[in-house]
Write a protein that binds this ligand. Structure first.
Ligand SMILES: *Cc1c(COP(=O)(O)O)cnc(C)c1O
Length: 391
């Protein structure tokens, strides 16, 4: 018999009833060190007092107001995001997938209004932009698209990081180039700064819009507010979600005035997107993460953590191959199935997340303490030893 919850997930036999900072407390009382953070969602940890205050304060005033009216909380968050980024304008969604949908629509509408026929959006293999019909077509990955055709046309995947392929593919028919500066689901695969610069340059030369998906790598994860800042470039359109709500469902599309010029009244909308509760929490998250002192701490801790992880890889050469990523979006490329390390981690009460390309993802809350990072390495070391023993 089919479970009453549609069985689309491979769930671990764990359930949590409470969280405290970087820890999750299971229903049986067990305490788990959380290096997944809801897949980069709980950026400020669990039960963060600042976020509880922001949420409960707003909950006592008004939860939902239609976008038929002005929403001051939304306005405040949009102003904050524009003040700290390349963007001139923001649309709020409830998820990363919805942000991808709008990013694609916005790019297509831009060229429609210009009267140019530009049918193709270039994306990269290993990409993940969500599970909607457009987002799976953008990714093109077999495991996501199989059985869900006919696929939405207009996407073409290039090998990840293949700049020669991009140079050959981009041209006057290119609507946009869309990519994650660091592929998350694809296995914590960062694109070198030089390649991001080159992509920006190729977009400038051909007119193609640059869409960056910073749903997983954005909001302070890399030690800058957004990952593309390290390369010194800016996109035309950017998707944000996950960390921005700190656990409250919230996403956003940020864009320049030019890229957004086709999106006039009536061209897009959302019932819940940008509702007062979500935006009150999102504004608090954004205020905290944009503080230079907060980002400096992320970088300091990330350097310490990375060094310990290099030691871990050296200590377990049969389990791990290398450390990849930046800031606190890190991956351990494995020589074993990463799911085996994840399972061994459960035994040691540490939560990690597998990804493609045989990679184990480590995405702790950005607020994690030095002590908890040291504890994480100790537990990962024990989990790796257990995996080794079973080899
Ligand atoms: C998670 C993710 C998405 C999809 O976000 P949802 O909130 O699950 O819809 C899109 N892009 C990237 C890079 C992601 O990591």
């Amino acid at each position: 018999m089919i479970p009453t919850v549609l069985p689309t997930y491979n769930r671990a036999p764990l359930s949590f009833e409470r969280g405290e900072g970087s820890w999750l407390i299971a229903t049986d009382g067990g305490r788990y060190l959380d290096l997944g953070a809801g897949i980069a969602v709980n950026a400020l940890g669990h039960a963060n007092p600042d976020l509880i205050a922001a949420l409960t304060k707003q909950a006592g005033k008004v939860w939902h107001v239609s976008n038929l009216y002005q929403i001051p909380e939304q306005q405040r968050l949009a102003d904050l995001l524009c003040a700290h980024t390349f963007a001139d304008t923001v649309f709020f969604t409830n998820s990363g997938t919805e942000a991808a949908e709008l990013a694609i629509k916005m790019a297509r509408k831009y060229w429609y209004e210009k009267g140019e026929d530009r049918p193709e959006i270039l994306t990269f293999e290993g990409a993940f932009h969500g599970r909607s019909t457009a987002a799976i077509a953008a990714s093109g990955a077999d495991k996501m698209v199989k059985g869900f055709g006919p696929l939405m046309p207009g996407f073409r995947q290039l090998p990840w990081g293949d700049m020669a392929a991009l140079k050959a593919a981009i041209g006057p028919q290119t609507c946009a180039v869309m990519l994650e500066p660091i592929q998350g689901e694809g296995g914590i695969r960062p694109l070198p700064d030089a390649d991001l610069k080159l992509i920006r340059q190729l977009c400038n030369e051909t007119g193609a819009l640059l869409i960056l998906d910073e749903v997983q790598c954005g909001m302070g994860r890399t030690g800058r507010l957004f990952a593309h800042e390290w390369a010194g470039i800016t996109p035309d359109i950017m998707m944000v979600a996950k960390g921005i709500g700190g656990g409250f469902p919230l996403g956003a599309v940020l864009a320049t005035e030019r890229a957004a010029s086709g999106m006039v009244a009536g061209t897009h909308g959302s019932t819940y997107g940008g509702n007062p509760l979500a935006c009150a929490v999102g504004a608090r998250v954004t205020e905290i993460i944009t503080d230079p002192a907060f980002l400096a701490e992320v970088n300091r801790k990330a350097a310490l953590f990375r060094q310990s992880l290099e030691g871990l890889v050296a200590a377990h050469p049969r389990v791990f191959e290398s450390v990849r990523g930046q800031g606190l979006i890190l991956g351990l490329k494995c020589k074993v199935a990463p799911a085996d390390v994840v399972r061994a981690g459960y035994e040691e009460h540490i939560l990690t997340v597998p990804a493609a390309d045989n990679t184990l993802r480590l995405l702790p809350p950005l607020t994690i303490s030095d002590t908890d990072l040291t504890e994480a390495v100790t537990r990962l070391d024990r989990a790796a030893s257990a995996v080794e023993q079973a080899l």
